[in-house]
Design a protein around this ligand. Structure first.
Ligand code: CP3
Length: 344
């Protein structure tokens, strides 16, 4: 398969950067909203035919260069015995871990809970749109850990998780190890079913001090990413808000690192191992602005960076927000694909 996304992630030169957006397969798309009139998020994700339709939707409706599996990071705790519900306000676990005296003893592995994801991948591959590649993913270990302790669907402080982490270091390490073990098997099975790149979504990478993140979460994250790479699939690690901690992500850890909007791409380029590619980092909220204002930022900040840097995947600094004007999302993608990047 010849594709600009795969060429870039495998280190080949291309005329322009590839473009895809985190959370591109969601509510910003009118065709997705139409499906949501008839199906819940869980139904869309668990039915292989519907999951495949939604996975390929952004290829047709937005024109991105790669698709990402339509699923969620929180299916992994389900494979550790936790019961999960997606409510209108967000995901909720029936019994968050801090409600137990011995949370580690609660974790009971049942990998069959993930079978629907592999069924979805098979259908996605069978119905591949325009020869485009498929990105697989799983949740970062801290982010997943945080949600496993959450008892209020609106909480983004993750008090229960951080309190537990500081009070029960050993049990926390056991939970992280259990998550990593399941994630490795999950990721490798995604690879077996045909994903061609793999991203680790560590959305809450900035929740705890950088040194603690690197000590407690980086080694197990590296194991997941290395297992995928050893299976022949390139990896993207997105530790959002880790700041200068991304220096620790060298080629031994991942092939690409995702950058959020707080740090400039050039600063990230200056501090990250030159062998590691970058992905990011447009502030999704810029897409609320007018198209001339958006274009100004693209021309001033992104064009010079992309001219000089081949190891770069154009993306947002976090996921698409549900209420962004879809015409502005499309405007950015069209700009990336049509501007003269001046690469030699
Ligand atoms: O990128 C994609 O489009 C692929 C699918 C995908 C979803 N979730 C679908 C989804 C991916 C990669 C995720 C990752 C995810 N899930 C993360 C990490 C990335 C990030 O955005 O921070 C997190 C923290 C979750 C957990 C989660 N799932 C939350 C907090 C919510 C509710 C809030 C929200 O974003 O809508 C979900 C639900 C969810 N996952 C939806 C989608 C399309 C919305 C469901 C709906 O349409 O009602």
């Amino acid at each position: 398969m010849n594709n600009i996304f795969l060429d870039t992630i495998h280190g080949k030169k291309t005329e322009r950067p590839p473009v895809w957006f985190m959370r591109q397969a969601g509510r910003v798309l009118p065709n997705y909203r139409a499906l949501k009139e008839n199906y819940t998020f869980s139904e869309l994700m668990e039915d292989p035919k519907l999951a495949a339709e939604v996975t390929w939707m952004p290829i047709y409706d937005l024109g991105v260069d790669a698709a990402i599996l339509f699923s969620d990071i929180l299916v992994v705790p389900e494979a550790l015995g936790m019961s999960l519900k997606f409510t209108d306000a967000g995901p909720e676990f029936g019994a968050p871990l801090h409600t137990f005296d011995d949370p580690v003893a609660q974790l009971k592995r049942d990998m069959s809970k993930l079978d629907h994801v592999y069924g979805a991948i098979d259908k996605i591959i069978e119905t591949r749109a325009e020869g485009k590649p498929l990105i697989g993913f799983c949740g970062g270990l801290l982010t997943t850990f945080c949600f496993m302790f959450r008892d209020n669907v609106r909480d983004i402080t993750f008090k229960n998780a951080t309190e537990f982490l500081y009070k029960n270091r050993k049990a926390s390490e056991q939970i992280i190890d259990a998550l990593a073990e399941v994630s490795i098997e999950y990721a490798l099975t995604q690879v077996k079913h045909g994903v061609q790149a793999f991203q680790l979504f560590e959305t809450y990478g900035g929740l705890i001090p950088e040194d603690l993140y690197l000590e407690l979460f980086l080694p197990a994250s590296k194991k997941i990413l290395n297992a995928v790479r050893d299976a022949g699939v390139p990896t993207i690690y997105f530790p959002k808000d880790l700041g200068n901690g991304i220096k620790a992500i060298d080629k031994e850890v991942a092939d690409f690192v995702g950058i959020d909007w707080r740090m400039s791409l050039q600063h990230a380029r200056d501090i990250v191992d030159p062998e590691v590619g970058l992905q990011g980092n447009l502030d999704p909220r810029l897409l609320y602005a007018s198209q001339p204002e958006i274009e100004k930022v693209l021309n001033e900040k992104y064009l010079p960076f992309g001219r000089d840097n081949q190891k770069w995947i154009f993306n947002l600094g976090h996921g698409i927000l549900p209420d962004l004007p879809v015409e502005n999302v499309k405007f950015v993608i069209d700009w990336v694909k049509s501007v003269d990047w001046g690469r030699k």
